[in-house]
Design a protein around this ligand. Structure first.
Ligand code: HEM
Length: 144
């Protein structure tokens, strides 16, 4: 794992097993949150009643809490912060944009056209965050 180098070169390396488990949890939460957001967007466009079910309202918060907690744990183990690692800063900025667009799409958008546009925008931002995660480049797929 060549990227498991502490940012300041001095702090002891994290336990690679812990790191691998945390990363699997993070990527698992990424897949679940993306699937949930896709499904809720499709439900929103079709005015589906299941969107009001308690599970559909609560589960996203649980998944997103796991996503964020594992993200913080990984960044901590890498000793990486938005100040030392531009790709972390790009992920946090992307996450803020995703949350903003996502809440317009699923809650605050006044017309269906606005909600649909925000949903597509949020999915694009999500793909951008994944590309930043994989390349460790703050420009993600925009670098080509
Ligand atoms: C919607 C939000 C997020 C998505 C979609 C996402 C996606 C991903 C993905 C797909 C990976 C695996 C990359 C690979 O296999 O090479 C990953 C790893 C990682 N993410 Fe996230 N992430 C998100 C939020 C965050 C945030 C906010 C942080 C920082 C505070 C963060 C920190 C990390 C770290 C440190 C890794 C491990 C990098 C590695 O060891 O390769 N993530 N993320």
């Amino acid at each position: 794992m060549p990227h498991l180098q502490p940012a300041n070169g001095r702090t002891p390396l994290p336990d690679p097993m812990n790191y691998a488990v945390l990363k699997a949890i993070h990527v698992g939460a990424v897949i679940l949150t993306a699937s949930g957001f896709l499904a809720r967007g499709i439900g929103m466009l079709g005015s589906a009643r299941w969107l009001q079910q308690p599970l559909a309202r609560r589960l996203p918060h649980v998944i997103d809490t796991v996503l964020l907690a594992s993200a913080l744990g990984l960044a901590w183990q890498l000793r990486a912060s938005p100040l030392t690692s531009p790709w972390i800063a790009a992920k946090i900025a992307g996450l803020a944009a995703y949350i903003g667009l996502g809440s317009i799409a699923l809650r605050f958008g006044r017309t269906r056209a606005i909600r649909a546009a925000a949903w597509i925008g949020a999915l694009a931002v999500f793909a951008f965050i994944v590309s930043v995660a994989i390349t460790k480049d703050p420009r993600g797929f925009l670098s080509h």
